[in-house]
Design a protein around this ligand. Structure first.
Ligand code: CTP
Ligand code: ZN
Length: 155
């Protein structure tokens, strides 16, 4: 690929770059971050772009930082993602997201008969059974959920 034919998403001054998102998951990441309509800062999305390891999506958000709960949710939809914190155009921190061992209050169980779906005052909770591929098990009904189901059931 000739460099001058490549359109790159521009660098940001301050904010976050969520890089190495699996292809097709960028919009899920935006949904987790509640980025719909005008959030008052610049957001860039690149989907299906070349990376050293194949193909990836990237999300860049200016003047925004992430909370622990948001990082846990991003880990579920984009386990390969890296989060880069940008200050004055420089990457000041880079870390891989990590799926927590216990997933508490961020995923809904797909079993309609599960006690967590019966209007009881219970927080849904899952254990990680496997990380690659991602499989989690409901603490209450023992239903297993795999990656695509998890992505569709983030609270
Ligand atoms: N980036 C950006 N704005 C900046 C600095 C970096 O948008 N001011 C983006 C880069 O385009 C890249 C990501 O942040 O997508 C990480 O930057 P960097 O660590 O410089 O790139 P790599 O070394 O390629 O990162 P990695 O090793 O994580 O692939
Ligand atoms: Zn359940």
């Amino acid at each position: 690929m000739e460099e001058e034919k490549t359109l790159k998403v521009q660098k940001i001054k301050n904010g976050i770059v969520i890089d190495h998102i699996p292809c097709g998951r960028a919009l899920k990441v935006l949904k987790i971050l509640n980025i719909e309509g005008d959030i008052g800062s610049a957001v860039s999305i690149a989907m299906h772009v070349r990376s050293r390891y194949g193909w990836k999506d990237i999300v860049k958000i200016e003047d925004r930082f992430l909370e622990e709960k948001e990082l846990d949710k991003i880990a579920l939809v984009a386990p390969t993602a890296t989060v880069n914190i940008i200050k004055d155009y420089k990457v000041v921190k880079k870390h891989r997201v990590e799926v927590p061992d216990r997933i508490v209050g961020i995923v809904r169980c797909t079993n309609p008969r599960c006690i967590t779906n019966q209007n009881e005052p219970l927080t849904p909770e899952f254990y990680v059974i496997s990380r690659d591929p991602l499989i989690i098990k409901c603490k209450y009904c023992e239903r297993d959920m795999e990656s695509d189901e998890i992505v569709e059931n983030i609270i």
